[in-house]
Design a protein around this ligand. Structure first.
Ligand code: XMP
Length: 511
C-alpha cells in the first residue's frame, strides 16, 4: 500500500468528513489532518500519493487565515484544492482572490472543459454545488481555467505539468453532478492510486498490527452489543484470541431478547466472554428517580462500577480496547487526541481498572466501513446492521421512574414496531426507530370497558450524522398496523402517537 494513500488537509470546512468518505468510496485510503498539525517534513516522510485541501469558513486575506507554505506545491505531490482550498492555492501561488459581487450558493450550472483530466467523464454542462463569497479573480502563472459559471470566471483551474488542480465547487457533495467521477479521476489518473483499499485488506493489516502491538498481553473490552464494540470484539478475537476478555454488562435495559442475542453471538468465538446480569443492581439504584439527567448519571456510574468489579477478577490487563471510530476522531479536531466518547460510552473510562494502554483499532474507520469489516469477519447481519442504541438503553425511553412492569410494556411494544418495520422492508432505510413509553395516561374504551392506560410514542428519524434529524415518513398503512397490534397485544397501552418533530429543536431520544 506504499504511496497509495491521500492526505486531506482540513481547513475547517463543513464537508471534511464527506471528502474522506468519498475518497474511500473510490477505494483509496485517506486520512484527514488539521492543516496546522502537519509540517512539510511530515508530508515528505508520509509521502502520500496526493493531497486534498478542504474548504473552510475563512477568507484568504482574513486575519490569521489558515495557510500553507508555498513549498507544499513543489514536493512533486499532486494537490486538489476544494473551495477555500482552491482559493488558497491561487493566493499562495500568486493569483488573486476577491470578494464576489454576487455570492454563489447552492446548485449552479457549470461549464466544464473536458480536456481537463478531472472532467473527462463529465458533460460540458452540469450542475455543481457552490458555497462561496470569495472567488479566484486571477489565476496564477502556469494555470489555465477549466470550468466557469455565470458568476464565477474560474470555477476550476489546473496546472497539469505540476499536477495542481483546484475547484471552487464541492465535488464531494451529492448535488454536484459527476462529483465522484472528478474525485476518482484525480485519485486514479493524477495521483496514480490503484484503488485497492478494501475491508479484506484492512482486516489483514489490522490483525497483523494488533498482534504486533499486543504481543502476549491481555486485552480487556467492554462489549455493549452495539456495532462498534461487536466488530472490535470480532477483530480482536481473530488477532489475539483468548488473550481477549470481553465484559458484557447487561443492565437490563436492552431491547427484548437482546442480552441473550449478544451472548449467543459471541458464545462460539475464541475469546473469554463474561456476561454480568446486573439488572437488579441498576434497578435498585434507580428506584424513585425520575429526572432524566440523574437517570443517565446513575446508569453511567453504575456501569463503570460493575465493569470495574468484574475487571478486578481478571487482575492486571495490558490493554483496554475502545471502539472509537473515525468520525469521533475527526470531530475532536486535533486528529490525535484520545477521544473518549462521553456521550456514546455509557460512562466514560473506568478509574480503577489497571491497564497500561488504550488501543482503538477502529479509529480510522467510518461507520459503514465498520459494518463492512464486521461482515468480513463473519458477524451476523443482525449485529452488523443493528441501529444505534443509547448506552442507558430503554431506561431513557421510559419517561420518569422506571419499573419492571414499564420495562416489559416497552420491550413488547418496541419489538412489535421493529417487526412491522422489518416486514415492510424499511429496516435498513430508516436510520433509527423505536418506541417511547410516556408517563401520560388517557381514557380509552376496550370492548365495553373504560380503560385508563399509557400512551406510547413511536419515533423514527432520517439522519446522516445524528446531529440533526428529519421526520421519517413511514406509510400510514404501516403505522396503522403497528398501532393496532400494540394496543391489542400489549397490556396497559391504549393509545399510540407518532412523534413528528425534527431535531433540532427536539432531540432524537426523549430523555
Ligand atoms: P439525541 O437524543 O442526543 O441522540 O438526539 C443522538 C443519537 O445518540 C444516541 N444517544 C446515545 N448513544 N449513549 C450512546 O451511545 C448515550 O448516552 C446516548 N444518548 C443518545 C441516540 O440514540 C441517537 O442515535
Amino acid at each position: 500500500m506504499e504511496n497509495q494513500h491521500i492526505l486531506i488537509l482540513d481547513f475547517g470546512g463543513q464537508y471534511n468528513q464527506l471528502i474522506a468518505r468519498r475518497v474511500r468510496e473510490c477505494q483509496v485510503y485517506c486520512e484527514v489532518k488539521p492543516y496546522n498539525m502537519v509540517t512539510l517534513d511530515d508530508i515528505r516522510a508520509d509521502a502520500p500519493a496526493g493531497i486534498i485541501f478542504t474548504g473552510g469558513p475563512n477568507s484568504v486575506y482574513g486575519e490569521g487565515a489558515p495557510s500553507v507554505p508555498r513549498e507544499i506545491f513543489e514536493l512533486g505531490i499532486p494537490v486538489l484544492g476544494i473551495c477555500y482550498g482552491s482559493q488558497l492555492m491561487a493566493h499562495v501561488l500568486g493569483g488573486k482572490v476577491q470578494t464576489c459581487t454576487t455570492s454563489e450558493y447552492g446548485k449552479t450550472e457549470t461549464i466544464y472543459d473536458k480536456s481537463c483530466v478531472l472532467f473527462g467523464e463529465v458533460p460540458e454542462k452540469a450542475v455543481s454545488w457552490m458555497s462561496h463569497t470569495d472567488y479566484i479573480a486571477q489565476i496564477p502563472e502556469g494555470f489555465r481555467t477549466v470550468a466557469h459559471t455565470a458568476n464565477c470566471p474560474t470555477a476550476a483551474m489546473a496546472n497539469e505539468e505540476k499536477k495542481l488542480y483546484a475547484v471552487q465547487f464541492h465535488p464531494e457533495v451529492n448535488h454536484t453532478e459527476h462529483g465522484l467521477s472528478m474525485l476518482d479521476s484525480f485519485l486514479k489518473n493524477v495521483c496514480g492510486c490503484k484503488g485497492e483499499w478494501t475491508m479484506g485488506n484492512y482486516a489483514e493489516t489490522a490483525i497483523r498490527d494488533i498482534r504486533e502491538k499486543v504481543g502476549n498481553g491481555k486485552v480487556l473490552l467492554a462489549l455493549s452489543g452495539g456495532v462498534d464494540s461487536s466488530v472490535l470484539a470480532a477483530l480482536l478475537s481473530k488477532a489475539v484470541g483468548r488473550q481477549l476478555t470481553c465484559i458484557f454488562v447487561d443492565h437490563g435495559f436492552m431491547r427484548k431478547n437482546e442480552g441473550d442475542e449478544v451472548e449467543e453471538a459471541f458464545r462460539d468465538w475464541d475469546i473469554n466472554f463474561v456476561r454480568v446480569n446486573a439488572k437488579e443492581q441498576f434497578m435498585s439504584r434507580l428506584r424513585g428517580v425520575s429526572d432524566p439527567e440523574q437517570k443517565r448519571k446513575i446508569i453511567g456510574e453504575e456501569f463503570i462500577r460493575v465493569f470495574e468489579a468484574e475487571a478486578k477478577k481478571i487482575g492486571k490487563v495490558d490493554f483496554l480496547a475502545q471502539g472509537t471510530i473515525y468520525p469521533d476522531v475527526i470531530e475532536s479536531g486535533s486528529g490525535d487526541a484520545a477521544v473518549i466518547k462521553s456521550h456514546h460510552n455509557v460512562g466514560g473510562l473506568p478509574d480503577h481498572v489497571d491497564f497500561k494502554e488504550i488501543i482503538e483499532p477502529l479509529r480510522m474507520l467510518f461507520k459503514d466501513e465498520t459494518r463492512k469489516l464486521g461482515m468480513e469477519l463473519g458477524l451476523s447481519d443482525k449485529l452488523v446492521w443493528r441501529q444505534p442504541f443509547p448506552g442507558p438503553g430503554l431506561a431513557i425511553r421510559i419517561m420518569g421512574e422506571i419499573s419492571d412492569e414499564k420495562l416489559d410494556i416497552l420491550k413488547d411494544a418496541d419489538l412489535i414496531f421493529r417487526e412491522e418495520i422489518a416486514k415492510a422492508g424499511l429496516d435498513r432505510q430508516i436510520n433509527q426507530y423505536f418506541a417511547v413509553l410516556t408517563n401520560n395516561r388517557t381514557v380509552g374504551v376496550m370492548g365495553d370497558f373504560r380503560t385508563y392506560d399509557y400512551t406510547l410514542a413511536l419515533r423514527a428519524v432520517e439522519t446522516a450524522d445524528f446531529m440533526t434529524a428529519a421526520l421519517c415518513r413511514i406509510p400510514y398503512d404501516v403505522l396503522e398496523i403497528v398501532s393496532r397490534r400494540i394496543v391489542n397485544e400489549v397490556k396497559h397501552i391504549n393509545r399510540v402517537v407518532y412523534d413528528i418533530t425534527t431535531k433540532p429543536p427536539a432531540t432524537i431520544e426523549w430523555e
